[in-house]
Design a protein around this ligand. Structure first.
Ligand SMILES: Nc1ncnc2c1ncn2[C@@H]1O[C@H](COP(=O)(O)OP(=O)(O)OP(=O)(O)O)[C@@H](O)[C@H]1O
Ligand SMILES: [Mg+2]
Length: 681
């Protein structure tokens, strides 16, 4: 069966075939079409191996809906990077469609997305939209959930599950297409969604999965180099960030340098370590130390066959298509805080192996997992090579359920029955009926707790109760805060209320934000000493010990320290700083909204300013200059040093004067003036 044989190609023949290519469908794709994927109105679970072309099936369902029924589709993924990859690929492929993306921007009903045909969302943005229920969400005809096995993850799983259940409650006619290569209990999962299942073991490119016995690293290095000598590319998975970097270093020492990589090396080298030197030898590491821009540049170079090996942590595990003929897992045991070191789930190993041998790049793939000795070999063979991935199990807990109940009230549920209906519609209820019954018995208590915290109001009308979210409840759920963080912020802001605006330090505000569980803690040496030099609010400092590092780093960032300085001063890497700031920008917005709700206008203004300073990484005095498009913290500081204070002054400036400013120069001066004129227009 070819693309041109499909009914949807009949009207739009030229456009579709030129976009997709008149390719022969893969057998599992053909199975799905024969099962009525494009004809029936039913939901589908596509449980076929890695690289078997699940995305194309989802694309066809979306295209059919858009082209024949003026449909509008959501494509939900679990990672920002994956969202951008899909967005770019849909945009390149389907230039006649409108493609949108949103990966954050909580609390916004994102009306700008409404005009698109396909909207790519992260699962968090999807969840937040199901709480806001903008009218355009009701017009969605197809919901694709990619990598749906994430439902089994402890923190994000319940959010995805709750979001799907809520979405279907207000949009029951939308079709759900769920995709995963590693869903062992696909039938059970499909029953929950009333879906038809397409299952297969077929992979377009054969994938050999083997154990590789290597008592030490030099044998592993040799094996990887042998692959490279044969003209292949490899991904090596290592269990720690440091381990990934040091393994890359070992390989680099034994590989020839290539002058054509100099430019890439300079681009990714931001003076933190020897990444640039490794890159010159065709190797890189890839972990959360790196800034997303560095990671992206490395992925592109690997795709273009310029880098030969990437040593990574699971930051690269899911959904991506890279030309790695070989994937080698050096460590299958990983450390997770609170759980210690434990073997990775089979599901993860299968996902990682699935990066090897992608059809557009190679004709076979090799997945190796390292055993240190023969005894370990048979153990690994049993668990990972011959074993099946784990069942997906719903991960609802008391906390996540409470959050989802609030979200459901915010989305419009008004009675206990409606909450029960929501609970009944979750995968959790499908799998764990008895546990849900227990939760239902506790529902009254949960609702009373929510009322006590001021998140909902319970009105009694004779026998009936009527639930309503309070303004604060609405705000915190729509801001996508965990309940704990919303309450902490309210309490923290209230305790700062009495402080005079002038004595309230930036550091105190940052500390308040960094106490939220959404902010990953950063470890900084001498944190206590530094913190006490930045504020005299010792009570807050001592009550926030784990949050000090993140607040110190953010404080240094808004005082214009560079990534390089942050690394040498505090030992933190650009990627860690970036994640910290990404979360803090959202939290400062959220905290500002709460401060306004509480009527603390001066704190609101300070938090608003803080948000801008975090976004641009600048002191207060540069805030007007960074409004000019293309002006970052460095050029803004140079402009300031040359006497400019506002964008108006830049707009009126003498061109010759602008040209003399470092970083501006002759080339950019005219453009800069034009952009300065455009501010606020
Ligand atoms: N019928 C086909 N013929 C040739 N190439 C195809 C076909 N269908 C899909 N592909 C290509 O195969 C590659 C892998 O497809 P895709 O990314 O959809 O895999 P997947 O099933 O989602 O795997 P994973 O579970 O790893 O995400 C893509 O580059 C895609 O363009
Ligand atoms: Mg995929």
């Amino acid at each position: 069966m070819k693309i041109s044989d499909l009914d949807i190609c009949k009207d739009k023949e030229l456009e579709l075939i030129s976009s997709i290519g008149d390719i022969e469908l893969y057998p599992p794709q053909e199975d799905a079409i024969n099962a009525g994927l494009l004809e029936r109105e039913q939901n589908f679970v596509i449980a076929t191996p890695t690289a078997s072309g699940k995305t194309l099936l989802a694309e066809l369902v979306m295209l059919k809906s858009i082209l024949t029924a003026s449909g509008k589709c959501l494509y939900v993924v679990p990672l920002n990077a994956l969202a951008y990859e899909k967005y770019r690929s849909f945009k390149d492929k389907y230039s006649f469609l409108r493609i949108g993306i949103s990966t954050g921007d909580y609390e916004s009903s994102s009306r700008y997305l409404a005009g698109n045909d396909i909207i790519v969302l992260t699962l968090e943005k999807f969840d937040s939209l199901t709480r806001l229920k903008p009218s355009w969400m009701r017009g969605i005809t197809v919901l694709v959930v990619d990598e749906v096995h994430v439902i089994g993850e402890d923190k994000r799983g319940p959010r995805l599950e709750g979001a799907i259940a809520r979405f279907l409650s207000f949009n029951p006619s939308a079709r759900v297409i769920a995709l995963s290569a590693t869903i062992q209990n696909a039938d059970e999962f499909a029953n929950w969604l009333h879906a038809y299942v397409v299952k297969s073991e077929w992979r377009p490119v054969p994938l050999k999965e083997e154990v590789f016995v290597a008592p030490n690293d030099s044998i592993i290095v040799e094996r990887v180099l042998e692959e490279v000598k044969n003209g292949s590319q490899a991904l090596v998975f290592v269990n720690t960030k440091r381990g990934a970097a040091s393994f890359a270093r070992k390989l680099a020492k034994l590989m020839d340098s290539d002058p054509s990589l100099d430019e890439l090396a300079e681009r990714v080298d931001i003076g933190i370590d020897d990444l640039g030197e490794m890159v010159r030898h065709g190797v890189a590491y890839h972990n959360s130390w790196l800034h997303p821009e560095q990671r992206h540049a490395l992925e592109e170079a690997f795709l273009a066959h310029r880098l030969k090996v990437i040593c990574c942590t699971p930051t690269l595990a899911m959904g991506v298509s890279l030309p790695a003929k070989m994937v080698l897992i050096r460590n299958y045991k990983f450390f997770t805080p609170g759980r210690g070191t434990e073997p990775m789930p089979v599901c993860w190993v299968k996902q990682v192996f699935g990066r090897a041998g992608r059809p557009e790049h190679d004709d076979y793939g090799l997945g190796l997992i390292v055993a240190r000795d023969e005894a370990e070999r048979s153990e690994i063979e049993q668990i990972y090579i011959n074993g099946e991935p784990e069942r997906i199990e719903s991960q609802f807990s008391q906390d996540s359920l409470t959050e989802q109940i609030l979200a459901t009230i915010v989305a419009g549920a008004r009675s206990a029955e409606q909450i029960e209906q929501f609970l009944d519609s979750t995968f959790y209820a499908y799998q764990e009926g008895t546990k849900v019954a227990v939760f239902k018995e506790q529902l009254n208590e949960i609702l009373l707790d929510l009322e006590l915290e001021g998140l909902i109001r319970i009105d009694k009308d004779k026998e009936d109760i009527r639930l309503r979210p309070t303004e604060f409840g609405k705000l915190s759920s729509r801001l996508y805060l965990s309940i704990n963080s919303a309450l902490d912020l309210r309490e923290g802001l209230t305790s700062l209320k009495s402080k005079l605006q002038s004595t309230l330090s930036d550091f105190e505000l940052l500390l308040l934000l960094c106490r939220c569980e959404e902010v990953p803690p950063l470890r900084v040496k001498e944190a206590l000493t530094i913190a006490t030099s930045l504020t005299d609010n010792l009570e807050l400092v001592y009550a926030s010990r784990y949050a000090l590092g993140s607040a110190i780093v953010a404080h240094a960032w808004i005082n214009e320290l560079s990534y390089q300085e942050l690394k040498s001063k505090f030992g933190v890497y650009p990627g860690e700083v970036h994640t910290n700031l990404y979360v803090l920008e959202w939290l400062s917005y959220a905290a500002a909204r709460i401060a306004r709700y509480l009527g603390f206008e001066p704190v609101y203004a300070r938090l608003n300013e803080l948000e801008d300073r975090i976004r641009h990484g600048v002191r207060h005095d540069l805030l007007d200059l960074v409004k000019i498009k293309g002006v970052g913290r460095v050029i803004a500081r140079n402009l300031y040093s040359a006497g400019f204070r506002t964008h108006e002054e830049v707009a009126k400036a003498d061109l010759a004067r602008l040209k003399r400013i470092p970083g501006v120069g002759t080339r950019r001066a005219t453009k800069l003036k034009e952009e300065a004129l455009m501010v606020n227009t």
